[in-house]
Design a protein around this ligand. Structure first.
Ligand SMILES: [Fe+2]
Ligand SMILES: [Fe+2]
Length: 352
């Protein structure tokens, strides 16, 4: 059984872990055996977290920016079951995304495949990418629920409670979307699984908050914008518009609340938090990515595939900058873009 034992960091158990079972569990359902599919459904990670918090007994009437965000959250509720056109899933005839932005184009082993096979691979690639977003949404829901207890003011607790409901809706949408577009949901990559596990066990509320509102939300916003631009699936485009509105509120809340809190920390504490964000960005960027997972399953020459992807990145330097722009802006807005952090991002060529 692929169940992690309690209190152990799940460093090698993601869908990209280097063993045959977990590799197979990441395959498109049509490539999985029934046994592999049943193993996939039993995958879970246990965690243990002590939550420290405060119970404020005063309820200020003063209207702050966080009160206003809470009002926007109440007015912006939508129903993932009934407010999106589920019948427009586009899965039978279309590629899920436009060619623009597909780094596999131009790779000889991919280009020589018949169109039907390229379409099948595109859907698998799409499902792997959406599954990473889904697992990130569940992480945001769990962390936001812990923040309801830990955050120090009533207004912040009210907003965090609205965020729990928002993230639940996002989990509902993406999990239903993946089920309706074809079978078992791929497990998260090892890097994402480790990050999520560490964040839910992290005892310091501000580290949790930074991980959720700055790191996970900023990277997710960039991915949603990219998906919105390239998707050919109407129901996805429709839901992403709703989801982006929710996420923009969450990011705004994080920036509003953290800016004041981080201004009270000394330089060493700020540096630690800045390093924490950038270490995790690097870990996610270096994790075995979706294209490698496809290359492995197809038996392609992985060194050649990596060379092709490196060339693609060099030809499109703006892509990575767009992906990380929101993150660097938000780090800057809350005071986490320290001189050392900025220099590190410059070395990674991620400052746009
Ligand atoms: Fe979300
Ligand atoms: Fe969010």
């Amino acid at each position: 059984m692929l169940i992690h034992s309690p209190l152990k960091r799940p460093t090698h158990a993601g869908a990209d872990a280097p063993n045959q079972t977990s590799l197979q569990s990441s395959l498109h359902p049509s490539l999985q055996s029934p046994l592999q599919a049943s193993l996939q459904t039993s995958l879970q990670t246990e965690f243990s977290a002590e939550v420290d918090g405060v119970i404020p007994w005063h309820y200020p009437q003063v209207k702050t920016p966080i009160h206003r965000l809470y009002e926007l959250a109440k007015a912006g509720q939508w129903n993932a079951g009934t407010d999106v056109p589920w019948e427009q899933d586009g899965k039978t005839t279309l590629f899920p995304s436009s060619d623009e932005g597909n780094p596999l184009l131009g790779f000889a082993d991919y280009d020589r495949l018949p169109e039907a096979e390229r379409r099948r691979l595109s859907w698998w690639q799409h499902r792997l990418e959406i599954a990473e977003l889904l697992h990130g949404e569940q992480a945001a829901m769990l962390i936001a629920s812990q923040l309801v207890s830990s955050l120090p003011t009533v207004e912040a607790k009210l907003f965090a409670s609205s965020q729990v409901a928002d993230e639940a809706r996002h989990v509902e949408f993406f999990s239903r979307y993946l089920h309706e577009s074809g079978g078992e949901i791929p497990a998260p990559s090892s890097a994402l699984m480790t990050l999520i596990h560490d964040c839910v066990e992290e005892p310091r509320w501000d580290m949790k908050f930074i991980a959720c509102q700055i790191l996970i939300e900023s990277l997710a916003m960039a991915r949603f914008q990219e998906l919105r631009q390239h998707t050919r699936v109407p129901v996805l485009r429709f839901a992403i518009d709703y989801i982006l509105r929710d996420e923009a509120r969450h990011v705004r809340f994080g920036v509003e609340f953290l800016r004041g809190h981080l201004a009270t920390l000394d330089e060493a504490a700020l540096e630690e938090r800045s390093r924490f964000v950038l270490d995790n960005v690097l870990r996610l960027a270096n994790s075995l990515n979706v294209y490698n997972r496809i290359g492995l399953a197809k038996g392609w020459d992985l060194a050649e595939l990596r060379r092709h992807l490196r060339r693609y990145r060099l030809q499109h330097p703006e892509l990575n900058r767009q992906r990380f722009r929101q993150l660097t802006l938000n780090m800057d807005a809350v005071g986490l873009l320290t001189a050392a952090g900025r220099a590190r991002l410059e070395r990674m060529n991620l400052l746009g």
